[in-house]
Design a protein around this ligand. Structure first.
Ligand SMILES: [Zn+2]
Length: 453
């Protein structure tokens, strides 16, 4: 199927598959008033099997100061979001090299069919949500989900602001009226998943009585703290359930930011998620989204799509995690949720191929619902015990890695003697909606008939 070495079929202009980056060190200064961002990005990279006379980074409209490759000035052109660099001497095949880019400007979101992506100036601060191609709005990167790297992120900003990003806070140093926040994310991270929030936040700890629990912190606008305490009050319980179901939480901690604005949808980032004020109501009205974003830490962030054709692996599993949380926390069963989703999809056009929806439909609501249903069909076919082992082994065995739909279907097949090809073909590769799984007949009967003697 797909090779992580190819360009992304949905975003062929993004990324450069001829090399990979294994570490980013971003040293940036941000002034919220004038919305000014500047600094240095230092990338440690590895060339592929061919020497590089030139290579490209993705970077939006900034003023470029210097570009150094292995410490020596390189020639570059910067147009249409591509910074094309010609090193003084070609980088040898398979050689390690460093790139340093000095840049500054007024960051703004990358325009897309889904609205602005990436660095967004808020009324008082900034928020980064880059999925899928917004990362170049604020730093030079090899913008492909398969190219995962560790990150050190140093951001200096006026002292009243808090800087939040996924990862461990190494130091926080105040000089004059500015504060420098240095974070380290050592887990492999896709460029689109580097989240940042800068604003006036109150820090709220979500306490779990278990001393071994994953540290969970809220960053909340003052005044929203009481609502937050209710709306996210069951997140520690959710974390425990997901660790039981999907294996150990893959990062050091989990930061939840409530941006002081309304957001259409919450967004996941590495070890972090951002919600809007509209997701708080003091009555847990958006709790399914709390579960959804948390589940992405396993499905999407730790186990990442090789390219965007496989997006259903992120969204289908996150959707199904909503249903699992509901079922296990005294709410409605996954079967009831599946029945709702099925009814909904039955009344909508059936022109979406889940395993390759196309760029236009990759975030279509139908992809989420059908993704959840596909996971439910699999659960129905495998039975609960094998299904849960399958899911846990997937998240733990592929931790930090990059996957395709074919990897997932091959993996799932190992958990049953019953051939799953027909199930996957119907749910993943054909647009028509198959019958509701788990409802008396459907795949269960098919499976029993097909079971080897
Ligand atoms: Zn999602």
């Amino acid at each position: 199927m797909s090779s992580p070495k190819q360009v992304d079929p949905y975003f062929p202009a993004s990324g450069d598959p001829r090399y990979r980056v294994h570490r980013y060190e971003l040293t940036l200064d941000y002034r919220p008033g004038p919305n000014r961002l500047g600094g240095t990005a230092r990338l440690s990279a590895l060339a592929g099997p061919e020497a590089l006379r030139e290579f490209a980074l993705d970077l939006a409209d900034f003023r470029i100061g210097r570009v150094l490759v292995d410490g020596k000035a390189g020639h570059y052109t910067h147009r249409a979001g591509k910074l094309r660099i010609r090193p003084a001497r070609p980088v040898a095949a398979d050689a390690a090299f460093t790139v340093e880019v000095h840049y500054s400007g007024n960051p703004k979101p990358v325009r897309s069919q889904w609205g602005g992506l990436g660095w967004e100036e808020l009324t008082d601060g900034a928020l980064v949500a880059s999925q899928p191609v917004g990362a170049p709005s604020w730093y030079p990167c090899n913008d492909r989900p398969a190219d995962k790297a560790s990150y050190q992120l140093s951001i200096t900003t006026p002292s009243p602001y808090t800087v939040v990003t996924g990862g461990r806070l190494l130091t926080r140093t105040t000089r004059a009226s500015s504060t420098t926040w240095v974070y380290e994310q050592s887990a492999p991270t896709s460029s689109y998943l580097v989240g940042v929030a800068i604003g006036a936040y109150e820090k709220v700890l979500l306490v779990d009585a278990d001393p071994g629990a994953v540290p969970q912190t809220g960053y909340v606008p003052t005044g929203m703290v009481p609502h937050f305490a209710t709306d996210f009050g069951r997140q520690p319980q959710m974390m425990r359930l997901f660790e039981e179901l999907f294996g150990p939480y893959p990062f050091d901690g989990y930061a939840v930011v409530i941006a002081d604005e309304e957001l259409d949808v919450p967004v996941e980032a590495q070890a972090m998620a951002a919600f809007g004020t509209n997701h708080l109501d003091g009555a847990r009205g958006s709790e399914r989204l709390v579960a959804h974003e948390l589940a992405h830490q396993w499905f999407g962030n730790s186990v990442t799509v090789a390219d965007w054709r496989h997006i259903w692996l992120n969204e289908g599993l996150a959707k199904y995690s909503e249903w699992l949380w509901a079922e296990r926390s005294g709410g409605r069963s996954a079967q009831a949720h599946a029945a709702d989703a099925h009814r909904l999809l039955a009344g909508l056009p059936q022109d979406l191929k889940l395993a390759d929806p196309g760029r236009k439909l990759m975030f279509d609501d139908r992809l989420y619902e059908r993704g959840g249903l596909t996971v439910h069909a699999l659960r129905t076919a495998l039975g609960d015990d094998a299904f849960h082992r399958m899911l846990r082994d997937w998240a733990t065995g592929r931790r930090g890695g990059v996957v395709t739909t074919a990897d997932f279907t091959t993996h799932a097949q190992r958990y049953t003697a019953r051939p799953l090809a027909e199930l996957f073909d119907a749910w993943l590769y054909r647009p028509e909606l198959p019958p509701l799984p788990g409802a008396r007949a459907g795949w269960l009967r098919f499976g029993q008939e097909s079971r080897p003697a």
